[in-house]
Design a protein around this ligand. Structure first.
Ligand SMILES: CC(C)(COP(=O)(O)OP(=O)(O)OC[C@H]1O[C@@H](n2cnc3c(N)ncnc32)[C@H](O)[C@@H]1OP(=O)(O)O)[C@@H](O)C(=O)NCCC(=O)NCCS
Length: 240
């Protein structure tokens, strides 16, 4: 029986590229058009996040190609709210990846297995109850309703990142009917139920979740190829 392809998660702190030498190193790993796009950011904070994300994704893909493709050689077809695809070099159709960025943390998951989705969100002080009303399943609302204050805010972020990670693994992002997905972040692995109109088998997904320090919650959703879940490994400071 063959092992499922492993999933590797790369994490980086965007501020690690603030030092001029590090920034020059990172910019040199991008093709000219992306370098130009990064230079146009007006906010330094947003620029650091975008630079870290672009470099992290390109290096992660290059590592997964076994070094066959240098970071600046990947070409993507991307549009807002659509899962990006590799359009060059050809021959990497089996590669799945997903990226997520927040102030303070960039993340990228890569695998030669099935679909993968990742999401990172910063911690919050409060759960936005309007979002809960609109996008949470009944059982998710019930579990949040039993909590108050920071425990409720934490539980909200855990459920939200799981919804986003699943949406990205499916390639639909937040365009899915989110209230039809019910996650339970209190168990390991997190619980997951799918209801109509979403047609899927929750058992075909492997979910993982953890807090990166106290500041960010991370959720990963990877397709299972069989009974054995993929091995997930983490590179904690991939741009240091
Ligand atoms: C995918 C989506 C959840 C991104 O969430 P986000 O919290 O804004 O951003 P994140 O940093 O977590 O993720 C960004 C990455 O998601 C990826 N992505 C975008 N759409 C995706 C999709 N449909 N499926 C998988 N991945 C997607 C991109 O690779 C992007 O990386 P990039 O920054 O290098 O381009 C969001 O764009 C979405 O679902 N949109 C669909 C809903 C919609 O159409 N809304 C329109 C109202 S503005």
């Amino acid at each position: 029986v063959s092992e499922p392809a492993p999933v590797r998660v790369y994490l980086a702190t965007p501020s690690s590229l603030q030092e001029p030498d590090r920034r020059a190193w990172a910019l040199a790993l991008l093709p000219a058009d992306e370098r130009e796009r990064i230079r146009r950011f007006r906010s330094e904070r947003d620029r650091d996040v975008a630079l870290a994300s672009r470099v992290l994704q390109r290096r992660a893909l290059s590592a997964t190609s076994g070094g066959a493709v240098p970071p600046d050689a990947w070409r993507f077809d991307s549009a807002p709210h659509v899962r990006p695809r590799i359009v060059g070099p050809t021959g990497f159709g089996a590669l799945s990846w997903s990226a997520s960025n927040a102030v303070g943390l960039a993340a990228c998951a890569v695998t030669l297995g099935g679909a993968v989705g990742i999401d990172v969100e910063p911690a919050r002080d409060e759960a936005p109850m309007d979002v809960v009303e609109a996008y949470f399943a009944a059982r998710e609302r019930t579990s949040l309703g039993g909590l108050t204050g920071s425990a409720r805010a934490r539980h909200f972020v855990e459920i939200w990142t799981l919804k986003e990670a699943y949406g990205k693994a499916r390639g639909q992002g937040l365009a899915l009917p989110l209230a039809s997905l019910a996650f339970d972040p209190t168990t390991r692995p997190p619980g997951f139920r799918v209801g109509p109109p979403v047609v899927d088998d929750a058992a075909r997904w492997h979910l993982l979740q953890w807090w990166v320090g106290d500041g960010h919650c991370l959720a990963l959703c990877a397709a299972r190829e069989g009974a054995t879940p993929p091995v997930v490994s983490v590179v904690w400071d991939a741009l240091a």
